[in-house]
Structure formats: C-alpha cells, structure tokens
Design a protein around this ligand. Structure first.
Ligand SMILES: O=C(O)[C@@H](CO)OP(=O)(O)O
Length: 212
C-alpha cells in the first residue's frame, strides 16, 4: 500500500434497499438493493477510484444489501481479488417487533418522538430488538479485534455495513456521547474516510461526496 493510503478506514452504508424505498423498518430482514441502490454503490466505487483509493481487504455483514454494495464498489475499483471478510457482527441492528412496519405509520401510531427515540437514541430498545447500545456490544468487539488492528498495522480497509451498525462503530471511534450519536444519520453509499495515526487516533476524517 502506498504511503498515502496507509492506515485508511473507509466506512460505507449500503445503497438504497427495497425496504428503504418502501420506508419499512428493516433490521436483519435480508432485502435486496433497488436499482437506485446499485447505482449508488457503483457511484461510491467510482468516487473512490477517482480519488485514488485502493484496499488491502474489506469487511461486510452477512446481509445481501451490504455484501452487494461491497462487491459493487470492489468491481468499480477492479479489486475483486482482495480478501472480503463477512461477519454477522456487522449486521444492522435488530428492529424486533418493528421489523416490516412502515416508519410513517409507526410515527402516526406511537408519535414522532417515540419513533425517533427508537431509531436514533442510544438506549431505547424496540420490543424484541436491539438498542444501539446492545448493537454496539456485538459490533465493537469485532471492530477492535478484527478491523482496527488491520488499519493500525498500515492497511487500507473498506467496511460496507449498515446505518446503525456503523453508527455504533463511529460512536466508539470518535468518542461520541449518547447525545451526539443521536444526531448522526448516515446517507446511503457515501464513503466516510478516516486516516488513523500509529496509535489508532484519528488524523483526519471526511465524507467523499458524489462528484458526478
Ligand atoms: O430500518 C432499518 O433497519 C434502519 C436502516 O434503514 O432504519 P433506521 O434508519 O430507521 O434506523
């Protein structure tokens, strides 16, 4: 890896899924990307290519929307041959009984505030599901044992995952408070770039916006 790409971590939420388009709580339900989602992932790959990114390895969840986003990005980069590690630890947060419900209808039924709390707060647990806190309890050990050591050792690493599994990772990486993480939502397929120092601290962070 060239000096410039050493200790690079790129996080990407998957492109639009069929249930994003239908505005349904998704969680672990294994839905496909829409045609827009495929284009978004390809655009992310093109933007990474234009900016000279290359990866030594990639991580993704066990859900097809993230796996396909990862593959589409690597296709654009011509890097289909790098190791891709798939692990359910990176799956979206489980939405429990909310899974499959329409988000707008849920807001009408339980109120905007309650639904926003379920979706964005750190501690609120939807019945039968995971809070962001419990999501973090399975995401962070995997990040700390499998992902960060690779980055800190000098590699350039891609992680294609989900809105809330990535929010829990970002909260830990950036040392955000529960109040701060509540304000963070990730757009689909916008690469979030981190350059790390040798001690694992963040040297630089920015989002790679679509250039087209
Ligand atoms: O439905 C979901 O699983 C997630 C991601 O799309 O939704 P939210 O952004 O509401 O947490």
């Amino acid at each position: 890896m060239t000096e410039r790409l050493k200790r690079t971590l790129v996080l990407v939420r998957h492109g639009q899924s069929e249930w994003n388009e239908a505005n349904l709580f998704t969680g672990w339900h294994d839905v496909a990307l829409t045609s827009l989602g495929i284009k978004e992932a390809q655009r992310a790959g093109k933007a990474l290519k234009i900016h000279g990114f290359r990866f030594d390895l990639a991580f993704t969840s066990a859900l097809q929307r993230a796996k396909n986003t990862c593959r589409l990005i690597l296709d654009e980069l011509g890097q289909q041959d790098i190791p891709v590690i798939e692990d359910a630890a990176l799956n979206e947060r489980h939405y429990g009984d909310l899974c499959g419900l329409n988000k707008a209808e849920a807001a009408e039924r339980w109120g905007e505030d309650q639904v926003r709390t379920w979706r964005r707060s750190f501690e609120a647990t939807p019945p039968g599901g995971e809070s962001l806190k419990t999501t973090a309890e399975r995401v962070i050990p995997f990040v700390e044992t499998s992902i960060l050591p690779e980055v800190v050792s000098g590699k350039s690493v891609l992680v294609a995952a989900h809105g809330n599994s990535l929010r829990s990772l970002i909260m830990e990486l950036e040392g955000m408070s529960p109040e701060q993480i509540e304000e963070l939502s990730l757009a689909t397929a916008v690469p979030r770039i981190y350059r790390l120092n040798e001690d694992g601290s963040i040297a630089k962070r920015y989002d790679l916006k679509d250039e087209e």
